[in-house]
Write a protein that binds this ligand. Structure first.
Ligand code: C2E
Ligand code: MG
Ligand code: MG
Ligand code: MG
Length: 288
């Protein structure tokens, strides 16, 4: 009888705790959504830029724009802490539009200074279902007087494969604006090679989780070689994400991958700092 009562009690308590926890999670998310809405109004979002470079010298080929939230109390909040809330709260369209807008405004300035290189912006899976995406991208480019070749979009492999037929159409429309497409976090989704073949993409980014395992002789090395081979046969240029060490760089170069993004070459930095790097690269004759 004692055991039965204990079980009943624990069950009830467990139930109560579960609900309490759930309510707290919902409340936290609501607060985050509200705070994010206010962040737009208060202009608290900013873009940081990370170089994509040619190995081994590190010449900057293009940049990835990564959103951050300059929170008045919490400081610089990384996107991992608010992108999901933005997606669930229906704010991601607005957020990604803000990012495109900010990237185009920045590109227009860098174009004027003669230091512009292509900038890639991330597009959420939710935005990939937006009918007007390509049109919205083209409109932003024209309004800012930015050449299409200076903007790129990154879409994750898993997002692209959610509705592959649709992705073929949407990415095709984006490419028609002169904008290059990268398949992001490649290797973590479930690609159908027949759809991958049809996707109008330009670059394939090897997910950081595989790059982390390079140089030690493990299975990640075979996976990365296989990804590079697939990309090669599909005519896609490979970019390795998250390159941090010389051993990783050496492996990638030997495997035939020349482009990389990672802390080894530069962390994401604010626009002003990136502008200094671009000017220095130009001054050194690094950029054409
Ligand atoms: P991602 O698009 O795969 O971006 C690369 C992430 O890897 C960035 O994290 C970058 O800071 C980090 N990273 C780069 N090099 C290294 C390295 O050598 N080592 C390690 N450990 N990390 C490295 P971040 O900025 O925190 O962004 C995380 C994710 O948030 C992005 O992954 C992207 O999926 C998403 N995100 C960022 N900005 C946006 C945006 O404007 N819109 C949308 N929808 N998603 C965004
Ligand atoms: Mg990305
Ligand atoms: Mg990535
Ligand atoms: Mg990633």
């Amino acid at each position: 009888a004692d055991i039965a009562m204990y079980r009943a009690k624990r069950g009830r308590l467990g139930h109560a705790f579960y609900h309490q926890g759930e309510e707290e999670a919902v409340a936290r998310r609501l607060t985050l959504e509200e705070a994010l809405r206010r962040a737009f109004a208060a202009d608290e979002l900013e873009l940081h830029y990370q170089p994509r470079v040619e190995m081994p010298a590190g010449r900057i080929r293009s940049l990835e724009a990564l959103v951050r939230w300059r929170h008045p109390e919490r400081g610089l909040v990384p996107p991992g802490e608010f992108i999901t809330a933005a997606e669930e709260g229906g704010l991601i369209g607005e957020l990604d539009r803000w990012v495109r807008e900010a990237a185009c405004r920045q590109l227009a300035r860098w174009q004027g200074e003669g230091i512009a290189v292509p900038v890639a912006v991330n597009v959420s899976a939710v935005e990939l279902r937006n009918e007007g995406l390509a049109e919205s991208i083209g409109e932003a480019l024209r309004r800012h007087g930015v050449a299409g070749r200076l903007l790129e979009v990154e879409i994750t492999e898993s997002a692209a494969m959610e509705d592959p037929e649709r992705s073929v159409t949407v990415l095709g429309a984006i490419k028609a604006e002169g904008v290059a497409v990268s398949i992001d976090d490649f290797g973590t989704g479930y690609s159908s090679l027949s759809y991958l073949k049809r996707l109008p993409a330009d670059h394939l980014k090897i997910d950081r989780s595989f790059v982390a395992g390079l140089g030690g002789g493990g299975a990640d090395e075979d996976i990365v070689r296989a990804i590079i081979a697939v990309a090669g046969s599909l005519g896609l240029e490979v970019i390795a994400e998250g390159v941090e060490t010389e051993a990783q760089e050496r492996f990638l170069l030997e495997a035939g991958c020349r482009l990389a993004q990672g802390y080894r070459y530069g962390r994401p930095v604010p626009a002003a700092e990136m502008a200094r790097l671009l000017r220095a690269a130009r001054g050194a004759g690094g950029e054409g």
